[in-house]
Design a protein around this ligand. Structure first.
Ligand SMILES: [Fe+2]
Ligand SMILES: [Fe+2]
Length: 303
């Protein structure tokens, strides 16, 4: 077996890394890969300090610390404290929620979910779990309704307990984060599943799905968990924490990201035409109602 240290320190690492992720994909999928450069034109972040996006990241980069993340994990670890909701019911609750961290779109979240799902379906027509990932990837935003501030719900994610990468968006806004200047608590190539990430809808939904009775494959759970980890899937930062699983999964993250981004400028679709298709997918992979873990102190849904 190849020595891990030698492998990762090679100057050809990035090439190997990209090859691994591409090899993991079917040929037809590879033919559909769109250049990252095209994707990035969707992510033009304002420097205007009064903009909602700038303010969102300012708060996020100040407050997302290792201690905060650990306390959030504790807060949502009471598996006997939950709301039972169907996917459709969560869509209704999140219907008008607009992601304040997103510079590209001002549409409600429910519309975005169907648009993303339809893009996933076009990209990989035969991989039906991928379509369902498109549909449900953002339903973890329900934690906003549990009273979480938006900076603990959305935005690009990044490891905590580890030096912040300059490839993170608005890196300069980490300057007031109490963890700035602290070292790593992880060993090299420990794998992202062993790393604590900034807390948000991605991590939350992963835990919900992992603790409900679903038949989603591991690739689906991984894509949901790391879909906002732009520093990795677009900028290839934090490679020193990645393990073989992360490299093999990168192809799915990149594909999914195209669907998540490109659907944002689409016309609003008539989902009456496609509802039946997604209903049968939900029935195939998910229980009728999902248990959404909530803080024990939570009483009423935020309006
Ligand atoms: Fe998301
Ligand atoms: Fe999304």
């Amino acid at each position: 077996m190849m020595n891990t240290k030698v492998f990762f320190s090679s100057s050809f690492f990035l090439l190997v890394f990209c090859s691994l992720s591409i090899i993991a994909l079917d040929l037809t999928v590879r033919n559909k890969l769109i250049l990252d450069a095209q994707i990035m034109r969707f992510r033009e972040y304002p420097q205007d300090e009064t903009s909602r996006v700038y303010q969102h990241y300012k708060n996020m980069h100040i407050h997302q610390t290792l201690d905060f993340v650990l306390s959030q994990k504790q807060k949502y670890s009471h598996f006997d404290s939950y709301l039972e909701l169907s996917v459709e019911e969560v869509f209704e609750l999140l219907g008008t929620f607009i992601d304040p961290s997103d510079p590209d779109v001002d549409i409600g979240n429910a519309i975005h979910n169907y648009q993303t799902a339809e893009h996933c379906r076009q990209l990989l027509p035969d991989v039906d779990w991928f379509h369902l990932v498109g549909l449900i990837h953002d339903i973890g935003k329900i934690i906003y309704l549990f009273g979480e501030p938006t900076w603990a719900v959305t935005g690009d994610t990044f490891p905590v307990g580890y030096p912040f990468s300059k490839k993170c968006i608005y890196y300069n806004l980490f300057k007031d984060n109490p963890d700035l200047g602290k070292g790593s608590i992880y060993s090299h190539h420990c794998g992202f599943d062993n790393v604590h990430f900034s807390w948000g809808h991605d991590e939350y939904l992963y835990h919900v799905l992992a603790n409900n009775n679903t038949s989603l494959p591991a690739e689906a759970l991984y894509t949901i968990r790391y879909h906002s980890f732009y520093p990795f899937h677009q900028e290839h930062a934090y490679l020193e924490l990645a393990n073989e699983k992360d490299l093999n999964m990168l192809g799915y993250l990149k594909l999914f990201n195209q669907c998540d981004l490109y659907s944002k400028h689409d016309d609003v679709i008539d989902y009456n035409d496609i509802k039946d298709y997604y209903s049968q997918l939900i029935r195939k992979y998910l229980p009728e109602k999902l248990r959404f873990f909530k803080p024990v102190t939570f009483k009423t849904i935020r309006q």
